[in-house]
Design a protein around this ligand. Structure first.
Ligand code: PMP
Ligand code: GLU
Length: 396
């Protein structure tokens, strides 16, 4: 018999779809993948080369649990230059992807019975990660008509003695919202007043469009910083999803506790990936800039195409690499005699008829939407949109 912990856990709808798509590929079915948030770019060559050098130099043993000092120094430098946060190396932990940093942080802070505020729509893993700790996820629904902005008034309403932390994600997956300084400052004040932590997932920090700016909440004051665990990683910025490298910054006490946990869980991140991470942070950033310019073109193209479809309503996004169109107008229509009633039906229909994979909004607590990831080539996005448009003509 499996544990209740696992029985009560919903599998990840973003990563699990990959198995289904691989099976379809083996059957010879060509699917356009606009589902997973995984950059299609290759990891920049200078970064891969640093890993090869690490192997040749036998940098292939356990590192310090919190990460090799060289990488932690590079992360401190990055936090100071990019995010205006001063962390010391003993306030940094290197992890197996940002996922591990988030799990470490939640397991380190939460007891059974605690509450963690999760703003919805949210990334698939947040709710399950909170549940794994025994704490209760308290969902606060942000208003799409307001651009899913960080609404302090509604957050304040759910704060109680049990509130241990809030999880925020800016730029946001899946909504693309980017929180501004005033909103973040107000959240910081609330955390001080009610004595809770802020886990700030900033993995999409480089993907910002228009005049928006990424603000790290830990940069706003020393008092706020004490309550924040800042999380980021290499997967998105440097197209390094498979390297499994992320990190967190926080107070020395919390980071040490996270490292104690990690000492039992994984012993730390992959040593070769860590050397690659040093090069990613200290080497040329030209390839990052190129990738971001490409995302800008893709975003604009995709938004224009979506806005030309009657059945779809799509808001602009400020960051990350997703659009989250409202497809609820299609609910009630029929495909091959079956009425499409929810976002899972729409995702199944698009996979079957258009051979395009997207993620149903329900995975993110956004039941009227689907999420389209534009971290695929412009050519594939064009083909995907042609197929989606054509497939909609097949509905009764
Ligand atoms: N946070 C968010 C919001 C994400 O979308 C993802 C998905 N990659 C992660 C964290 C985890 O990233 P990774 O573990 O690949 O660093
Ligand atoms: N975060 C990405 C996504 O939302 C990658 C998959 C995952 O880790 O959930 O698609």
């Amino acid at each position: 018999m499996l544990s209740n912990r696992i029985i009560n856990m919903k599998p990840s709808m973003t990563v699990n779809l990959t198995d289904k798509l691989e099976a379809l590929k083996r059957e010879g079915i060509d699917i356009i993948r606009l589902n997973i948030g995984e950059p299609d770019f290759q990891t920049p060559a200078n970064i891969s080369k640093a890993a090869k050098v690490a192997v040749d130099n036998d940098f292939t043993k356990y590192t310090q649990v919190a990460g090799c000092i060289e990488l932690r120094e590079a992360i401190c430098r990055k936090f100071e230059l990019d995010n205006n946060i001063k962390y010391h190396t003993d306030e940094i932990i290197v992890t197996t992807g940002a996922k591990q940093a988030l799990n470490n942080a939640l397991l380190t802070l939460c007891n059974k019975g605690d509450e963690v505020i999760v703003l919805t729509p949210c990334w698939v893993s947040y709710i399950e990660m909170v549940k794994l700790t025994g704490a209760k996820p308290v969902l606060v629904d942000l208003d799409g008509n307001e651009g899913f902005k960080l609404d302090i008034e509604i957050i304040e309403k759910v704060i109680c003695d049990k509130t241990k932390a809030i999880l925020i994600n800016t730029p946001n997956n899946p909504t693309g919202a980017v929180y501004n300084k005033k909103e973040l400052l107000n959240l910081g004040k609330l955390a001080i007043e009610h004595d809770f932590y802020i886990i700030s997932d900033e993995i999409y920090e480089k993907f910002i469009y228009g005049d928006n700016k990424h603000i790290s909440i830990a940069s706003l004051s020393e008092d706020i910083k004490k309550r924040v665990i800042t999380i980021s990683g290499f997967s998105k910025t440097y197209a390094m999803t498979g390297w499994r490298l992320g990190y967190a910054g926080g107070t020395k006490a919390i980071i040490k506790a996270m490292a104690n946990l990690q000492g039992h869980m994984t012993s730390g991140a992959n040593s070769i990936a860590q050397k690659a991470g040093v090069e990613a942070l200290l080497g040329s950033q030209d390839s990052v800039e190129k990738m971001i310019n490409e995302y800008k073109c893709r975003r604009k193209y995709l938004l224009d195409r979506l806005r030309n479809i009657n059945e779809i309503r799509c808001m602009d996004s400020k960051g990350a690499f997703y659009l989250m169109p409202d497809i609820s107008k299609i609910y009630g229509r029929k495909y091959r005699g079956k009425t499409l009633i929810n976002s899972i039906d729409i995702a199944d229909f698009l996979l079957e008829e258009a051979h395009v994979a997207i993620v149903p909004g329900i995975a993110f607590e956004a039941p009227n939407n689907i999420r389209i990831a534009y971290c695929n080539s412009l050519e594939n996005i064009k083909e995907g949109m042609n197929r989606i448009e054509k497939s909609l003509t097949k509905l009764d």
